[in-house]
Ligand binder design. Structure first.
Ligand code: AMP
Length: 113
């Protein structure tokens, strides 16, 4: 298995878990771009939003974003980003939603533009 996020899901690589459901895992990004920076991923390998053809899984991912945000005290606001394929800046080819917050964010984080 050469997908780093599949290795995290299997427990082969460690992560700092935020929440886990049957189908979704949320864990802290190891190189945070904001005071709170969490990645929300499907447990099964889906390469990106372009390959996400299961509305139930899409809903489960958003529900976990919401639950993570509430558990982490981000009710004042946060941002959700998903980079898609090379031109979108995607580096890990396993779908992930970046949940960033914990401060008042600028209109966009410079790294992403
Ligand atoms: P992207 O550029 O959208 O593909 O983002 C990939 C993200 O995964 C980056 O923010 C990395 O810091 C993060 N990342 C890569 N490997 C790990 C890991 N082993 N544990 C936590 N975060 C990771």
């Amino acid at each position: 298995m050469d997908c780093v996020f599949c290795r995290i899901v299997s427990g082969e690589l460690p992560c700092r878990k935020v929440l886990e459901t049957d189908h979704v895992l949320a864990f802290y990004d190891h190189k945070p771009q904001a005071p709170v920076h969490v990645l929300v991923i499907p447990k099964r390998h889906v390469a990106s939003i372009l390959e996400l053809d299961d509305p139930g899984l899409a809903g489960a991912l958003l529900a976990s974003v919401r639950q993570s945000a509430v558990e982490l005290g981000l009710e004042r606001g946060f941002r959700v980003i998903s980079n898609v394929r090379a031109h979108g800046g995607q580096e890990v080819d396993h779908l992930h939603l970046h949940l960033v917050g914990g401060t008042r964010l600028g209109r966009m984080l410079p790294r992403w533009f």
